[in-house]
Ligand binder design. Structure first.
Ligand SMILES: Cc1cc2nc3c(=O)[nH]c(=O)nc-3n(C[C@H](O)[C@H](O)[C@H](O)COP(=O)(O)O)c2cc1C
Length: 310
């Protein structure tokens, strides 16, 4: 079994990827999408979004980070994919699932799920452009408004030459409403000959086992569950007890320090607040820090967290 950290734009950035992969249990990350329009992205821009490109395409813990592209122009996607591969990316993933209206207006993300032929063209073009030893993969939802094209989309990805695919078991119309339609993962897995990575609604160790049982998929991608419970993947792999707050707090402090090292002073507390806001559902202790940040008493919070980090 491989456990993969999901791409989460605006949430799972380089610092969280660093922290979560050092906590352990994660075999692979997919970075948040990079939007491709009509030009070649610059190295500077790519290194800002996926800084792991500067360190062999891996996090500090040595976990590979695949770069995800979002767009609808096959030629442009292929040219950018080749460039990103030349920068040392350990894999290129193509986004066929993003539901954001601005993205879909330009024909990228989930809107392509209505056009399996175009998905095939894109995957084939990217596969041709990238050296054979570098995996080209895709991530899809089950459809735009319904699941009628789900199997056709999966077949298009496989026939285009993708090495494996992730399926987020929801349509765009489902948004993030539970439950995810795990039963569709089994259908897709039986339809295509490439590896299918299962994704959607894994919050606990038991969820992961249930998802694997229902879908028959070996590998699982986890998104929000890994942010809420940073040791989730580690526990799935080891069967260890859940991490207590005292153990987690130094990791939160480390995260905050990384933010402060690379961001404008006013932005770091906002990002910390975002993570604490999610952590507090699993860790009541995070609630206190979260409320202090909400009250803009950031220096108090900083002092507390960093004291624990010394
Ligand atoms: C804040 C946020 C940002 C996301 N950004 C991306 C993205 O950049 N690319 C992508 O393919 N999926 C993105 N997703 C979808 C996740 O990768 C994943 O498919 C989804 O959250 C379901 O998995 P989960 O139930 O384990 O969270 C995002 C999800 C969230 C919540």
């Amino acid at each position: 079994m491989r456990l993969i950290l999901a791409p989460m734009e605006g949430l799972a950035d380089q610092s969280l990827r660093d922290i979560l992969t050092r906590i352990g249990g994660i075999d692979l990350c997919v970075a948040e999408f990079v939007r491709v329009t009509h030009h070649l992205l610059t190295e500077k821009f790519l290194l800002r979004t996926v800084p792991e490109l500067a360190t062999g395409g891996c996090t500090r813990a040595g976990v590979p980070v695949r770069v995800q592209l979002l767009g609808s122009d096959a030629v442009c996607l292929a040219e950018n994919a080749a460039f990103i591969a030349s920068l040392g990316a350990p894999g290129i993933d193509i986004n066929f699932g993003c539901p954001a209206p601005t993205v879909n207006k330009h024909g990228g993300g989930a809107s392509l799920l209505e056009f399996p032929e175009q998905m095939h063209t894109i995957v084939a073009a990217v596969r041709r452009a990238v050296p054979r030893e570098i995996p080209v993969t895709a991530k899809m939802r089950l459809g735009l408004n319904d699941t009628s094209q789900a199997l056709a989309c999966a077949q298009a990805i496989a026939a285009g030459g993708a090495d494996e695919m992730t399926v987020h078991a929801r349509t765009k119309a489902d948004q993030y409403r539970p439950p995810a339609r795990w039963e569709w993962l089994a259908l897709i897995r039986e339809t295509v000959s490439i590896n299918v990575i299962a994704n959607g609604e894994v919050w606990t160790v038991e969820d992961c086992a249930n998802l694997r049982a229902v879908s028959g998929c070996e590998d699982v991608m986890i998104g929000r569950g890994a942010i809420l419970r940073p040791d989730l993947m580690h526990r799935i792999k080891t069967g260890n007890d859940a991490m207590q707050w005292a153990e987690l707090q130094p990791w939160v402090a480390d995260f905050f320090q990384q933010l402060r090292d690379r961001m404008e002073p006013q932005h770091a507390p906002k990002r910390l607040k975002q993570w604490l806001g999610m952590l507090r559902t699993a860790y009541p202790e995070a609630e206190i820090l979260y409320q202090q940040l909400r009250a803009e008493r950031a220096p108090v919070v900083v002092a507390k967290i960093l004291a624990a980090h010394r």
